[in-house]
Design a protein around this ligand. Sequence first.
Ligand code: NAI
Length: 476
Amino acid sequence: MAQKITVAMGDGIGPEVMEATLAVFRAARVPLEYELVPMGRRVAEAGEPSGITTDARASVERTGILFKGPMETPKGGGYKSVNVTARKLWGTFANKRVYRKLRGVPLPIEIRGDLHLTMVRENIEDTYGAVEHMQTHDVAQCRRFITRPGSEQVHRYTFEMAARKGARRVTCAHKANIMKMTDGLFLQAFYDVAKDYPHLRADDVIVDALAMRLVLDPTEFDVIVLPNLQGDILTDLAAGLVGGLAYAPSANIGDGICIFEAVHGTAPDIVGRNLANPTALLLSGTMMLRHLGLERHAAAIESALERTLDKMHTRPDLGQPFPVFQTSRFVELMQEALAETPAIEGEPSKPLVPLRQDPKMLVTPTPERNHLLGVDVFLESGLAPRAVAELLAPLEDDGLKLTMISNRGTQVWPTGSAHTDCVNHYRARFESTRPVEQRALIALLGRVADVFPLCSSEWLREIGGMRGYSLAQGQG
Ligand code: NAI
């Protein structure tokens, strides 16, 4: 029986590009069977907010592979992104995106030399948890989680992949100069993992500088690993360099399940007009074929693709860029090109989906000297900083002293500037010089709640002898 994979057509141009891709797979006699499952907007609107039916979930967990078209996400409200849910639900911690110059594809900026750029975006953590709360009627908050085991997982995958592809250099992009705890942890995990790969050059770059350097000379880089949101933005920049989103494929890699999809979205502006370019999904498909051990089928399709794109983008008579991309013409040219290819041998290797009763726990050993030193209390007040401090000062006790008040991350008490504009959301820091009990902090929260509406709180910890919380801007 042929190897099965799960296929979801997606929304918008999804069915157009997926049908085109599967037609090319048929022309290349790819030895796979497809379990088609409903997933995306219609499922979400029919009352399953995840956008994934129970049957679709069971199919993916059985086959281990989801090949999907893009899915629509409403902005500013409505159901959550089905794409992000799928990546997180099935633990696909690394999003690999490959960038090459394709013959016949016009580039916005000339790239001199060969481009062999691979970017790996962490796929689970960061602001993509979308753990968001209104703190006051004026203040929204999104929590950003970066974890040591999650970072180690994506870095190890990146180094393994770089070693396999014969890369020389692996670069970690980050903003650890500003987000010293979160991006600092991502960066530290990178260099910890790098020690196991001494033959690969490991270095790092601040993400804004990376944006400029990619535009100036993307051939400088080999493999780049980034946190989720920064990776989202910078990988689209790289897609622009190689001709646009229509040429950017991606693979979401996990320990058991992998998801293959184009980087682009549902392209609502061109749905049903025969204008959708299937190249990105087709290249995601060839990444999937390689993952399944179908190297020769992947290579034959890529070779046919180069010949096809050459013809698509150039008027045969004038040698000028072809004015309009036509999906149907693309499929015909691909079928013609593949008809010239001799039959390809090869069977897929079955992906191993580990049988699990419970999620895998990713936990590293707890360091010694791990204790509480205080609490940051976030509270609502429209009073000026000095008035807030006067109301909070009597709530101190023997151990816990009010050491700082900040507004939007900038210290406004005991020192500050009258030019620091404030909103109705303060952070009051109560600190002790020696370890405190959790119940003392809870009692303090109760006392603050008698005076101000509480928005949230964060314990201040010392972990492994290190301060586990940041200073306010202007503090210390
Ligand atoms: P988009 O990628 O759908 O479109 C951006 C521009 O690129 C549009 O002008 C579109 O026509 C063009 N384009 C994209 N793919 C193309 C293709 N294959 N051929 C020709 N032109 C193409 O991004 P947008 O408009 O921001 O998002 C639309 C929807 O897609 C949103 O609901 C968004 O949440 C969703 N989306 C889904 C993704 C996924 O399923 N992985 C990824 C990105 C967005």
